[in-house]
Ligand binder design. Structure first.
Ligand code: ATP
Ligand code: MN
Length: 267
């Protein structure tokens, strides 16, 4: 078969052997998403997305928020459109926190961005403290690695009255964290305020903000994955542990099984 004749789901894949990172090729990215589709699609198909694309190795990436030459947001509705985005160079899928039909927020994210100097042990303590607060508020939360340097704590909502309520609530939680553990958290986005602390990024919950989708690859060295994990497994997973080469052995846990069944409200 000629290189140009590779097809996946009847979509012609151009340059399948193009190198993305070391021995990882474009076709490996496409095969990954073909396999992970049942896991990732429920997080993509009901909301707008944005993407990081890469046409020439990891040093040459760009963020894409709209369809070419338009203001239209991007949607991935099914397996074919997922693979088509990958054929067009997408490596990372980022999602908005609102439902495309209602435009109401339904996924809250706390992005924990640790100072580089912080030990993993402290970062994990920081993540667990947040869970304690959310448990006290009777909110079920889910944990994933970022695929980069931190963890994301994600809260599904069945019903939220409006964005103002949603944003205000996220901010209050972050301020409470900062007040309770002032040596461990900061809500100040500036890098120099982070000195030895975790920046708790509640601003991911603005309507215009995105967060990397669960199961998305990251366009970083070794192609790590933002991977859903069980709370009990926090100490077993460093933020970039799961990647395109080793993910299969961790798929068993299906730690987010209940994610779309949770019926929480903010009204
Ligand atoms: P890490 O653990 O390395 O921080 P991360 O995915 O949390 O990984 P951040 O830089 O903290 O990366 O950003 C959080 C989220 O904000 C991203 O997942 C992404 O959706 C969004 N984001 C970051 N940078 C940009 C950007 N330049 N343009 C648009 N959205 C961005
Ligand atoms: Mn982050």
């Amino acid at each position: 078969m000629k290189e140009t004749e590779t097809k996946v789901l009847n979509i012609e894949i151009s340059h399948p052997q193009r190198i993305i990172d070391r021995d990882i090729k474009k076709i490996d990215i496409i095969k990954y998403y073909e396999l992970i589709e049942p896991f990732i699609l429920p997080f993509l198909n009901n909301r707008p997305i944005s993407e990081i694309r890469c046409h020439n190795g990891l040093k040459d990436t760009f963020f894409k928020k709209h369809h070419n030459n338009s203001d239209e947001l991007i949607y991935v509705k099914d397996k074919q459109s997922l693979i088509l985005e990958c054929q067009n160079g997408t490596i990372e899928f980022h999602t908005y926190g609102y439902n495309k039909k209602s435009h109401k927020p339904d996924i809250m994210v706390f992005d924990l961005d640790p100072d580089d100097k912080l030990s993993l042990k402290k970062v994990r303590q920081g993540v667990l403290n947040l869970k304690i607060i959310l448990d006290k508020l009777n909110l079920k939360s889910f944990l994933k690695t970022s695929g980069g340097k931190g963890y994301h704590v994600v809260i599904p909502f069945f019903k939220v009255i409006n964005y103002k309520k949603f944003e205000t609530f996220a901010k209050k939680v972050a301020l409470l964290m900062e007040k309770t553990w002032p040596n461990l958290y900061t809500t100040n986005i500036k890098k120099d305020a982070r000195n030895g602390k975790i920046f708790i990024d509640y601003l991911r919950n603005k309507k215009s903000a995105t967060c990397i989708a669960p199961y998305s690859l990251r366009a970083r060295e070794k192609l790590p994955i933002s991977f859903p994990i069980a709370w009990e497994d926090l100490t077993k997973f460093s933020p970039n542990k799961v990647n395109i080469k080793n993910f299969k052995k961790y798929l068993y846990n299906n730690a987010w099984n209940e994610f779309f069944k949770v019926k929480q409200e903010l009204i």
